[in-house]
Design a protein around this ligand. Structure first.
Ligand code: ADP
Ligand code: TYD
Length: 205
């Protein structure tokens, strides 16, 4: 038996972390082994990416795309904390962002097909049972972020997030026959969103 692999996607401030925690807690309450994780990962490449995302380090968009793909492979295959190991041990893995994030965010600046080629190995090794896309207007997402933070990451501008949301919707349409992607209205209350997510994933358990 292997665990299910559920990914949460959406622009910054769409509520992914909130919903990932709610879903992991619900699964644990039901007695399942659940592992909550995120990308960029907490490994060395993920830490480097967070320094670039905060603006502390300067990197080209090409280098960022390649590093997101490398971080993903490390996040999957790490001998101690890798996602593949959890899945093999019958643990349900809830992941905040995966390769759709690279397709949507990086394809604003670099070629989409190249980002897909960079992620081919990850897609072969661990294709999610479902990607949950939390869809939200950019203004709502930015208002949520601004309420709780002083510092904004490099992609947290209205222009970039509008482009990223458009890319997400294009990529979802492009991949509709090869990936299982569910779009959820993320303008609702946390409870309503959690209910919609559970309705979309409960058949997996
Ligand atoms: P993400 O991980 O997608 O950036 P978060 O879950 O961190 O999003 O949510 C961003 C902010 O919005 C947080 O301060 C969070 O408490 C708040 N938030 C999350 N979900 C909702 C919601 N449905 N309605 C209003 N605020 C929310
Ligand atoms: P995250 O910590 O999930 O930010 P938030 O909680 O605000 O959504 O992600 C950090 C940033 O990294 C976010 O701006 C999106 C970006 N990102 C990419 O551009 N490509 C990727 O492949 C991933 C995983 C993240």
């Amino acid at each position: 038996m292997s665990g299910r692999f559920i990914v949460l996607e959406g622009i910054d401030g769409s509520g992914k972390s909130t919903q990932a925690e709610i879903l992991a807690a619900l699964l644990k309450k039901q007695g399942a082994n659940a592992y909550l994780t995120r990308e960029p990962s907490d490994g060395v490449i993920g830490k480097l990416l967070r320094r670039a995302l905060s603006g502390e380090l300067q990197m080209s968009e090409q280098v960022m795309a390649a590093l997101f793909a490398a971080d993903r492979l490390e996040h999957l295959t790490n001998a101690q904390t890798g996602v593949l190991r959890y899945l093999k041990n019958d643990t349900q893995v809830i992941c905040d962002r995966y390769y759709l994030s690279t397709y949507a965010y990086q394809s604003v600046a670099v070629d989409l097909d190249w980002t897909m080629a960079l992620n081919k190995q990850a897609a072969l090794m661990a294709k999610p049972d479902v990607h949950i896309f939390l869809d939200i207007a950019v203004d709502t997402a930015l208002a949520r972020i601004a309420r709780n933070r002083e510092h904004m990451d490099i992609y947290e501008t209205k222009e970039r997030l509008e482009e990223t949301r458009t890319r997400y919707l294009e990529v979802i349409e492009k991949l509709k026959d090869t990936e299982n992607i569910v779009i959820i209205n993320a303008e609702q209350s946390p409870e309503e969103i959690a209910r919609d997510i559970w309705e979309s994933v409960k058949y997996l358990f």
